[in-house]
Design a protein around this ligand. Structure first.
Ligand SMILES: Nc1ncnc2c1ncn2[C@@H]1O[C@H](COP(=O)(O)OP(=O)(O)OP(=O)(O)O)[C@@H](O)[C@H]1O
Length: 307
């Protein structure tokens, strides 16, 4: 707040390109006509409680800090005008006047690795969104869910899902290898822990795909350490049409999935973001998810992926 006030008042009052000088400061007697006067090295101390002022009649700058010794008194140095001098020359002159080199280290800290949980009712397009996201965001890691259900046409084992038997799934549960698992429409689905741990340890962003009940479990485990995205269709009718169009469900399963979707939509408030995957607008939904990820990575207060 204090910094903002300082920046605002300084930028309003100072016509020179150097932001921390009061406008009343006279020309530097040592400078040529292309130079601006500048103080050294006490500008660094502005934030530390020194208050540097300029005296119009003496042509020198003073500090109101009574403890400042002679050696730290501001020394006026000539700064060549960027219009006539080379960039490197002005850069070096600024460094000399401030008494320190300009660091090339990143100003903002590296963002934390992010866990992105994508969920939503059956048939809204979670797999379709994730499949496309994989293509457009190569920087993301996708945890492959293990499932006991049968492969659908076009699905690839180890890429879309790890297709395993019910017995193998139960062994994974026994060995505590799953972060979360659920029995969904008579088939097991679960998220292997190890993959997430490895990706997060490498500082990578990880995308998980879970059903709504799985998302509730993950929220309890991961709390605010992950971002939860709820994918929905624009309407119930659109969702039903999509499920029918997929032609993968038995008729009795269709009714069950639609009934479940009605319940699952009530869980929306447990999520951080909602993405409406409108009919024919898959690309826009994928862009929306990518934007959510970018916004999360730009957060000043980052989530901490702990589990
Ligand atoms: N925006 C869209 N417009 C039109 N069709 C879509 C769109 N998104 C997905 N679909 C289609 O809708 C059907 C259901 O999508 P998908 O299988 O990705 O849903 P899902 O949420 O992963 O379902 P489930 O949880 O049952 O696995 C698929 O046939 C898919 O191609």
């Amino acid at each position: 707040m204090l910094l903002r006030r300082l920046c605002t008042s300084v930028s309003k009052s100072y016509p020179y390109p150097y932001p921390f000088l009061p406008s009343s400061i006279p020309a530097n007697p040592l400078s040529n006509s292309n130079s601006y006067p500048i103080l050294s090295p006490n500008f660094k101390t502005l934030g530390l409680g020194f208050h540097t002022t300029a005296s119009a009649d003496s042509g020198t700058a003073h500090s109101t800090n009574s403890t400042m010794d002679e050696s730290r008194r501001p020394v006026p140095l000539p700064i060549p005008h960027p219009g006539t001098a080379g960039r490197a020359e002005v850069f070096r002159a600024l460094e000399a006047s401030l008494g320190s080199t300009f660091s090339s280290h990143p100003i903002a800290p590296n963002p934390n690795p992010l866990i992105i949980v994508i969920s939503g009712p059956s048939g809204v397009g979670k797999d379709a969104v994730i499949k496309r996201l994989r293509e457009v965001r190569r920087d993301l890691q996708f945890v492959v869910t293990a499932t006991s259900r049968r492969k659908r046409p076009g699905e690839i084992d180890g890429e879309d899902y790890h297709f395993i038997t019910k017995a193998e799934f139960l062994e994974m549960i026994e060995r505590n290898e799953l972060l979360e698992h659920a029995l969904v429409y008579g088939e097991y689905k679960g998220i292997p822990k190890q993959q997430i741990r490895e990706y997060v340890a490498e500082g990578r962003d990880v995308v998980l795909r879970v059903d709504v009940q799985g998302a509730s479990t993950l929220r309890r485990i991961l709390k605010n350490g992950a971002v939860f995205v709820f994918v929905v269709a624009e309407s119930e009718a659109a969702l039903v049409n999509r499920l029918i169009g997929r032609k993968t469900e038995k008729v009795e399963d269709l009714a069950m999935r639609v009934a479940a979707a009605r319940e699952e939509i009530r869980c929306l408030k447990e999520f951080d973001y909602v993405v409406v995957n409108e009919d024919g607008e898959l690309e826009r939904s994928v862009e929306m998810v990518a934007s959510i990820i970018d916004a999360e990575k730009a957060k000043v207060h980052q989530r901490r992926p702990l589990f």
